[in-house]
Design a protein around this ligand. Structure first.
Ligand code: AMP
Length: 541
């Protein structure tokens, strides 16, 4: 059945000729993400789809639970095109919620559980969310109280759904108990499927509108390139809403081929190793600091990790020294990737030689993934020369949600996304990330916008000025350092690391954005045009 697309206000649309070309060439398909899962469930109803805590669901059980949840959510009054905020830890309920929303054509904003009031309220407001879904508490923060408060403040936020701390609970069960729906097409594959959170270079996080088709294309490429097959048992440790957990290849990639997902609450060896051993996991996606923790863990000797075949790693720079240790020490294949929530993901194909797999992050899987490497003036540079990476293609958005100012800066007029990454491409098309031009801190894969952190600190009565930078860290790649100029000599004593972190935590900023180091100074270095010179500040470290 064909349903006309429903353009969302504030989303930059693909030109009709691009839509026609991508459909014609098969990059985009006439399939929603919900249909993708139900197609697999029809073929393999009794195969295990997902394992989480003490729950193990077959494809038939998973789709049954999705349809029951969809019925419950529909009875809350949700309609196609409505927005909701989903803020859950790594649990199978996250998967049930997003598919229930895709079944209804509702658009979830998917936020990592580490986010706090500052971020969540921004998403609720900008998306005019009608429902907010979270757990009772996380790491000591009372999210239920926060949810109640947000509901009072924002009249469009009609409902909150609070799961127990580890998932499940009475409110979830109540939603499941209101009957069921028939699986049917209720939205167009061209509709926005979800609003993902951008890594951030600006004062507030941006939202990336992905359609069922941009995601569908990305996951098919990723599954093909990374060799995800029916017998794959994939351990998911990265926050579940991140594209590495969702579509690169993530649970969507696994579900497209009837594979199994094992969900871990986090990637620490004492959590992940027993799961690998128990469920005979053969693949995992990691960020570099977790990979390093695995390599250096004393638990390796006492754990049976022999089922592991491939470790995928991306999200931040993996040093060549660490990359070179993976295959000899773990006896598994290393598969690096490099990509971004905005769309493009490149990875090293399974049959690549070892030198390439250690040094390069990958190459695009399709000629449709357009890549340009340009100099400061925007001229293309030859292979082997570093330049700014621009990209466009069937997985790449054309703009952020309701954000024309940022879109004018981050996208070229002909639709290329300016990634802010400096890369070098070899004559075969393999890409190596060599630096970054955007003002962003990458703390072991968690992206922090210095401007957002600085704004939050400037609300402190004792702070005259603040400048946040990333400084080198052996494990995280970068950690967060903040230079502070106090308002008065007396206020300097209030600006210790502990007190500044406490202030930011209370102001509702996500925990991973809090500084690791604070230094009080009298003055910042300035550039010739009078801007704070972060380059000079970085050089001091
Ligand atoms: P996100 O949208 O959170 O996936 O962040 C995307 C950004 O993470 C990219 O634009 C890069 O700056 C960085 N990134 C991702 N993968 C890698 C990698 N393998 N090496 C270096 N940087 C990476």
């Amino acid at each position: 059945m064909s349903i006309e697309p429903l353009p969302l206000d504030g989303v930059v649309q693909y030109p009709p000729e691009t839509v026609a070309e991508y459909l014609d060439k098969g990059y985009w398909r006439d399939q929603t993400l919900s249909e993708l899962l139900f197609a697999t469930a029809r073929q393999h109803p009794d195969k295990t789809a997902v394992i989480d805590r003490d729950r193990q669901l077959t494809y038939a059980q998973l789709t049954d639970e999705i349809l029951r949840l969809a019925a419950g959510l529909q009875q809350l009054g949700l309609r196609r095109g409505d927005r909701v905020v989903v803020h859950l830890p790594n649990t199978y309920e996250y998967i049930v919620f997003v598919f229930a929303f895709w079944e209804l054509g509702v658009v979830p904003v998917v936020a990592p559980i580490a986010h706090r009031r500052t971020e969540i309220e921004h998403f609720v407001r900008i998306a005019q969310a009608r429902v907010y879904i979270t757990v009772a508490s996380d790491s000591g923060t009372d999210l239920a109280a926060m949810a109640a408060d947000l509901k009072q403040r924002w009249s469009h936020l009609e409902h909150t759904v609070i799961l127990d701390q580890g998932g499940g609970g009475a409110e979830y069960q109540a939603l499941l108990s209101r009957g069921t729906l028939e699986h049917a097409r209720r939205c167009s594959p061209q509709d926005v499927a979800l609003l993902q959170i951008s890594g951030g270079t600006t004062g507030v996080p941006k939202l990336m509108p992905h359609t069922h088709q941009t995601y569908g294309y990305a996951l098919r490429r990723s599954v093909g390139e990374r060799g995800i097959v029916f017998r794959t048992i994939h351990l998911l440790v990265i926050p579940i809403c991140h594209s590495m957990s969702t579509r690169s290849p993530g649970f969507l990639g696994a579900f497209s081929v009837g594979a199994t997902i094992v969900i871990a609450p986090n990637g620490s060896p004492d959590t992940a190793f027993p799961l690998i051993e128990k469920h005979r996991v053969n693949r995992v996606s990691l960020v570099p600091p977790i990979l390093l923790a695995w390599l250096n863990s004393s638990l390796r000797k006492s754990s049976d990790l022999s089922s592991l075949e491939v470790i995928m790693c991306g999200g931040a720079k993996l040093t060549e020294t660490v990359a070179a240790r993976v295959e000899p020490e773990f006896g598994v294949q290393l598969s690096q990737s490099f990509g971004m929530g905005e769309g493009l993901v490149v990875s090293n194909p399974a049959d690549v030689d070892r030198a390439t797999s250690v040094r390069y992050q990958g190459r695009p899987a399709s000629e449709a993934d357009e890549i340009r490497v340009v100099d400061d003036e925007g001229n293309d540079v030859p292979p082997g020369v570093a330049g700014h990476l621009l990209t466009r293609g069937p997985s790449v958005i054309l703009g952020y949600y309701r954000n024309p100012e940022q879109n004018a800066l981050a996208f070229t007029p002909d639709g290329f996304y300016r990634t802010g990454d400096i890369v070098e491409r070899d004559h075969r098309g393999f890409i190596r990330v060599v630096g970054r031009s955007k003002d962003q801190i990458n703390r072991g894969g968690e992206k922090i916008a210095p401007e957002e952190l600085e704004n939050a600190i400037l609300a402190h009565a004792g702070v005259h000025n603040a400048s946040a930078i990333g400084v080198d860290d052996e494990i995280l790649g970068e950690r967060v350092k903040v230079y502070l100029i106090p308002r008065s000599p007396q206020s300097a004593s209030d600006l210790t690391l502990g007190k500044v972190r406490q202030f930011l935590r209370e102001s509702g900023l996500a925990t991973f954005k809090l500084p690791d180091v604070v230094e009080v100074v009298d003055e910042f270095p300035y550039t010739a045009v009078g801007k704070v010179s972060k380059r000079l500040q970085r050089e001091q470290n």
